[in-house]
Design a protein around this ligand. Sequence first.
Ligand SMILES: *Cc1c(COP(=O)(O)O)cnc(C)c1O
Length: 227
Amino acid sequence: MTDALAPLAERVERVRGEVADAARSAGRDPAELTLIAVTKFHPASLVRELHELGIRDFGENRHQEAREKAVELAGLGLAWHFVGQLQSKKARQVREYASVVHSIDREALVSALAEAEHPLDCFLQINLTDDPARGGAQPAEAEALAESIAAAPGLHLLGVMAVAPLDEEPRAAFARLRAISDRVTGVVPEARFISAGMSHDFAEAIAEGATHLRIGTAITGNRPPRD
Ligand SMILES: *Cc1c(COP(=O)(O)O)cnc(C)c1O
């Protein structure tokens, strides 16, 4: 490791330590958590540095940017997690590089991805806000969408995903997500994973059962401005 990586290595170590502490406080095994470094806006060179520090799971929220990095870094054996809103007409292209799509939130996306030789791991995104323009299905739609994902040969449902609303205490929002997760496992028992927790709320998410943490700035530092 070169000295240039020192601040990045320190941030990675700090986040890993805080994740492990939060898991232990919740009576959970840190080994059951997947840490996804969200590298949107950042260049492929940063992903390479994080790979040197042992990170293998990376999150992106724009298709074109994600594809470019995945192509440039093919061969490193990285798992790409698509966490952004997805247009139906782009959905099939995301399958070419993504290991997991966290943002399945409507029937049109399920249909677009329903047919394929190999199932794509995915999360059903739930909108925990009152704003219907935000990504995610309404909580009331969760079971029906989970069942249609489970019935699609091209998709494999891992569980539910959400972003905590800005105007609510994150722990309360993640408790609602956990209750939705319980309803989803009522209809698709193996879909037990929960993608939740970002830089400022991962401890609360872990306390409410999150298994997949999507952490950006706490690892990468501030994002450069986007074009
Ligand atoms: C950007 C982003 C993250 C990471 O956010 P930070 O606050 O930088 O940790 C997580 N999830 C989604 C869906 C995102 O778009």
